[in-house]
Design a protein around this ligand. Structure first.
Ligand SMILES: Nc1ncnc2c1ncn2[C@@H]1O[C@H](COP(=O)(O)OP(=O)(O)OP(=O)(O)O)[C@@H](O)[C@H]1O
Length: 225
C-alpha cells in the first residue's frame, strides 16, 4: 500500500502553492508540519483528490486521483480542520448514518455501526443532539466519528485536535494510535509526533525535510529560529 506523488505542483488562483514534490508514503504514521500558509492543507487535499495537481500525478494504492477520484475518495478518509466543512445533517446520528448510505449495508448494520463508533469515542450521549448546537470540540469529535465509521484504508487528518481539551485530545490521539489504518496527520503540536514513523516539513510549498520525527522537528525549529 502506498501513496505516490510524482513531479507534483499545485497552483491555486494563479499562485504556485506546492512545487517539486516527488515522494512515496508507505508508513503507518506520517506527520506534516510547517508554518501557517506553507502548503500543508493543500498537500493533504491532494492525497484524496479534493484538489488535483496542476502538474504531475498523485496515486493511492495505484489509483490516480484525477482518473479514479471516486474510488480514491472512498479509500482516503479526510478529516477537515474545521468540522463545519464536514457535518451536513442536523443530528449527530443522522450525520454519521449519511456516510454509510449507498455502501450496501442493511438498516440494522448501519444502526449497529453508528452505535459502535459513538460508543468507542464516548459520544453516545450526543447521538440525538443537533450538531450546530454542539461545542466546537464536540463537533470535531463527531466529524472524526463520521470518517472513522467508514473504515477508509487511509486517513488524512488536518489538525484533528485543535479544538479539543486535553482529555479529548488524548482520547482522540490514543484512538488514532490504535487504528489499523494508515494515517497522515497535520499538526502544530509537535509532541504528538514523537512516536510517528516519519515527518514531512513543508516550507513555502516545498518539502524542506523528510525524516524521522526528531530530525524533522529539529529542522523545523531551525527554520523558525
Ligand atoms: N483556494 C485557494 N486559492 C488561492 N490560494 C489558496 C487557496 N487555498 C490555499 N491558498 C494559499 O496557499 C497557501 C498554502 O495554504 P494552505 O492552506 O495549504 O497552508 P497551511 O500550511 O495548511 O496553513 P495553516 O497552518 O495556516 O493551516 C497559502 O498562501 C494560501 O493562501
Amino acid at each position: 500500500m502506498s501513496i505516490d506523488l510524482s513531479g507534483v505542483a499545485l497552483e491555486r488562483s494563479e499562485r504556485l502553492v506546492l512545487r517539486d514534490i516527488t515522494l512515496t508514503i508507505e508508513e503507518r504514521r506520517v506527520g506534516i508540519i510547517g508554518a501557517n500558509g506553507s502548503g500543508k492543507s493543500s498537500f493533504a487535499r491532494l492525497l484524496n483528490g479534493l484538489v488535483l495537481p496542476s502538474e504531475g500525478k498523485v496515486t493511492v494504492d495505484g489509483l490516480d486521483t484525477r482518473r479514479d477520484t471516486k474510488a480514491v475518495r472512498r479509500k482516503v478518509g479526510f478529516v477537515f480542520q474545521n468540522p463545519d466543512n464536514q457535518i451536513v445533517y442536523p443530528t449527530v446520528g443522522e450525520d454519521i448514518v449519511f456516510g454509510l448510505k449507498n455502501r450496501g449495508y442493511s438498516k440494522a448494520e448501519i444502526a449497529a455501526k453508528v452505535e459502535a463508533i459513538l460508543s468507542r469515542l464516548e459520544l453516545s450521549a450526543l447521538k440525538d443532539r443537533l450538531a450546530h448546537e454542539l461545542s466546537g470540540g464536540e463537533r470535531q469529535m463527531v466529524a472524526l466519528a463520521g470518517v472513522l465509521v467508514l473504515k477508509p484504508d487511509w486517513l488524512v487528518l488536518d489538525e484533528p485536535t485543535t479544538l479539543l481539551d486535553l482529555r479529548n485530545a488524548k482520547r482522540i490521539m490514543s484512538h488514532i494510535e490504535r487504528l489499523d489504518q494508515r494515517a497522515i496527520m497535520i499538526t502544530h503540536d509537535l509532541k504528538r509526533l514523537e512516536d510517528f514513523d516519519r515527518v514531512l516539513v513543508i516550507d513555502e510549498g516545498r518539502i524542506l525535510c523528510d525524516d524521522r520525527p526528531a530530525a524533522a522537528i529539529a529542522a523545523y525549529e531551525r527554520l523558525v529560529g
